[in-house]
Design a protein around this ligand. Structure first.
Ligand code: SF4
Length: 381
């Protein structure tokens, strides 16, 4: 593990609570199933949590790798406040080690320069309100690893009427999971494949832990949940594997949870694998619908049919999309089909937004030092 110097004097470093001491003198981080066992000065696999002064700290509280206003459909969430803008941001590091990472410059960063933008929870909530965003999304890397910061941002946003979205691999232990998702309104969880072998060899994680998170979210919380599977040619795109995923999905999550099959592009340590052919995505969508899933989408391709929501009552196409642009919208303000009145599953609150496909980078300039409730750092000594 890396041993770059950590310091509790650093204005962005805060104490954390999910850890315990081991008999051999190491301290184990209990945030995710990775269970990093740390000696003094060591960082965990995620890089942003580590041991200093005999406790586990988070070294990225209040600083970000950048901010951008973009469409909620890009998260992807197709059934959560459609057409509205979302303030997206992330930090650095990740608790998985996916060889195909599509955000590796952020997730695998060991450069503190990546975290150049300071933003307190209150500043983020103000920025979201000022830019007309209905929600903020923790998205460029996994919020599991900066959970204390993400919860404080969510609290500040909730106080301003702005909702919070977690985009995550779902690789988190039960206790922090319950606390974290109590602060979230929506989530898109990556189900990266449907084999333990893929998870172990390609992501260095475990499928079972992700399945547990999905079942927890769908059955034990009010968090609106959608799921994404990135199909990688030759690795997780066989018809048998997709059928197994869809059968499990239908049985354990139900037909109303949206599933997105998205296209891989060569990146990070898997540059030798070609892009996902559109027909692979369409085949996966067909298999999912044959298993009874009502809302199945293709992503990262032009596929109007695969990006259409059909009414589960009368089968009319009620929402048509082209990438992130809504071309047809035939739902009431509460998400009912205008033709037959059947309710489409999701979170609908007023008319659809008209943000379209715009992407607007933001710059927040702020000094460190504004803290939230989960900042458990002692005052600087
Ligand atoms: S959150 Fe980071 S330090 Fe904690 S167990 Fe997971 S990878 Fe290790």
């Amino acid at each position: 593990m890396p041993t770059d110097a950590l310091s509790r004097e650093d204005p962005y470093t805060v104490d954390t609570t999910w850890w315990h001491e081991l008999p051999d003198g190491r301290i184990q981080c209990d945030v995710c199933p990775r269970a990093c066992k740390l000696r003094e000065g060591q960082r965990g696999l995620c890089f942003v949590r580590g041991r200093v002064d005999d406790r586990v700290v988070l070294a990225s509280y209040g600083r970000s790798s950048g901010f951008c206003v973009d469409p909620v459909e890009k998260k992807p969430l197709n059934h959560f406040l459609p057409g509205t803008p979302v303030l997206s941001f992330g930090t650095a590091g990740c608790n998985l080690a996916c060889r195909f990472c599509q955000n590796w410059d952020i997730s695998k960063s060991r450069e503190i320069d990546t975290l150049a933008s300071a933003a307190s929870p209150d500043a983020l909530a103000r920025a979201a309100t000022k830019t007309g965003c209905r929600s903020v999304a923790f998205t460029y890397n996994d919020p599991t690893i900066f959970i204390e910061y993400a919860m404080d941002v969510a609290d500040a946003c909730r106080a301003s009427g702005v909702r919070s979205i977690a985009v995550s691999a779902g690789y988190i232990n039960a206790e922090p999971r319950a606390e974290f998702y109590a602060h979230m309104d929506a989530a898109n969880i990556d189900l990266k494949a449907f084999s333990e072998e893929f998870y172990e060899k390609i992501t260095f994680a475990k499928l079972g832990a992700v399945q547990d998170t999905l079942k927890y979210l769908v059955h034990e919380t009010d968090v609106w949940t959608e799921v994404t599977t990135l199909l990688i040619p030759g690795h997780n795109d066989s018809e048998a594997e997709i059928a197994a995923e869809c059968a499990w999905f239908a049985e354990h999550l139900g037909p109303d949870v949206p599933l997105h099959f998205s296209a891989f592009h060569p990146d990070f340590k898997m540059r030798d694998i070609p892009r996902t052919p559109p027909q692979t995505l369409r085949r996966a969508r067909r298999v999912a619908r044959e298993h009874g899933l009502r809302y199945v989408y293709t992503g990262n391709v032009h596929d109007p049919e695969g990006q259409t929501t059909s009414c589960p009552g009368c089968a009319a196409p009620v929402v048509e999309r082209d990438w992130y642009v809504l071309n047809r919208y035939e739902l009431t303000d509460r998400g009912d089909c205008v033709h037959c009145g059947t309710t489409v599953a999701g979170v609908f609150d007023g008319p659809a937004g008209d943000w379209g496909a715009k992407r607007r980078p933001l710059r927040l300039i702020e000094q460190p030092g504004t803290r939230g409730a989960h900042d458990r750092r002692k005052a600087p000594r």
